[in-house]
Write a protein of this length. Structure first.
Length: 370
């Protein structure tokens, strides 16, 4: 075969020279680089998944429920129960991971000739999906402490008049939460400028010290809350994301969804997981305690740490973050080099995994101080 590369193909100009998103998948004893929940699903839930999938398998000759009505009803119940804000099925939409939710939102409200803004460093898939949908991307400012600089952000929205605004809270990769008053101010700025759709990405909200921003949906039809079952539910392999928004937004994203986009097996598995929320949220409490332990221990060792409301911790500062990443990896622990200059990110794992990580960074600090 001839040596043909991607850039030799007639790909779109904005894709040339780019690389796919992804974290290293290395076979090492301790993997703390992808913000996964380290606890396997409990056996009663595994059994329930098997039961539901077995029942779904009897009907795989038919297409699945195109609108995922039962699943959206259960998700609405979960949101209502955990937030105290009543959410109905018509206000919920589900897709294959929160990334597909974001893609559908950008297909609906972004696209060629339109723009989206996010405040970086933040979740890099927002910009990548924007590029994939032909949406122009604007990198908005953050402060030295990685918080959103409200005055600068309002100015950027007023000047650029974006069609979609992304606010990630708790923020990935930095871990810090965005205060509700900041979200409200940015929503008002976006409505004055365009008006725009404002997407609040709450992938890690179950790990937060504060509450969900779901109550802000009332009276704000251009506000969207995006969630996932990958983190708190320990179901990264399921690929189930969802949003809560005004019913008109839910109707709008269905204009771009692929037919029967959620398989019957995916819906059955997600429904089983939603039957075990109490158990799964119990694991979340354990991980929050471990996250807080990591923050305290890292600071005691002498590292700088960004306050975290997620299931991970950003720590530094390093003269060469990638070299520090490699030295930690050499000790059998894989963390994430997100490309934030001087910083690395570690996922909260089991107590044993976290102990191994802390031992590795203690040794690294001794080397740096020698």
């Amino acid at each position: 075969m001839s040596d043909v590369r991607i850039d030799d193909l007639p790909v779109r100009d904005e894709l040339r020279g780019k690389t796919p998103y992804g974290a290293p998948q290395l076979d090492v004893p301790v993997r703390l680089n992808t913000n996964e929940n380290p606890y396997p699903l409990p056996e009663p839930l595994v059994d329930r998944i098997a039961e539901r999938v077995r029942e779904a398998a009897r009907h795989l000759n038919r297409y699945p429920d195109r609108d995922a009505v039962e699943l959206r009803t259960r998700l609405a119940g979960y949101l209502t129960d955990t937030s105290g804000h009543p959410v109905g099925p018509a206000e919920v939409w589900a897709a294959n991971g929160s990334n597909e939710v974001i893609q559908q939102l950008l297909q609906t409200f972004g696209g060629p000739g339109r723009t989206a803004i996010g405040f970086e460093p933040s979740y890099s898939m927002h910009a990548l999906i924007a590029r994939g949908t032909g949406t122009g991307w604007i990198s908005g400012p953050r402060g030295e402490d990685f918080s959103i600089d409200l005055e600068a952000a309002e100015k950027a929205i007023a000047e650029n008049r974006p069609d979609v605004v992304f606010i990630t809270t708790p923020n990935n990769p930095t871990g810090n939460a965005v205060p509700p008053q900041t979200v409200l101010a940015l929503y008002e700025a976006a409505q004055a400028a365009k008006p725009s759709i404002v997407v609040v990405d709450e992938a890690y909200v179950e790990f937060s010290h504060g509450d969900s921003l779901l109550p802000l949906l009332r009276g704000r039809p251009h506000l969207v809350i995006s969630r996932t079952m990958s983190k708190a539910f320990g179901a990264a392999g399921l690929r189930l994301g969802y949003l809560a928004a005004h019913p008109a937004v839910v109707d709008a994203v269905q204009l771009v969804r692929l037919p029967y986009h959620l398989s019957a097996v995916t819906q059955a598995t997600a429904l089983a997981a939603l039957e075990h929320t109490d158990t799964l949220l119990g694991y979340v409490e354990q991980l929050k305690a471990e996250r807080d332990r990591l923050v305290g221990e890292l600071r005691a060792i002498g590292y700088e740490v960004t306050p975290s409301d997620a299931n991970f911790v950003q720590f530094g500062r390093f003269g060469d973050a990638h070299e520090a990443w490699q030295r930690i990896l050499d000790r059998g622990v894989l963390v994430r080099d997100n490309g934030v200059p001087g910083w690395l990110r570690v996922t909260a794992g089991t107590p044993e995994e976290n102990d191994a990580f802390l031992d590795a960074v203690r040794e690294l600090k001794k080397e740096q101080n020698a």
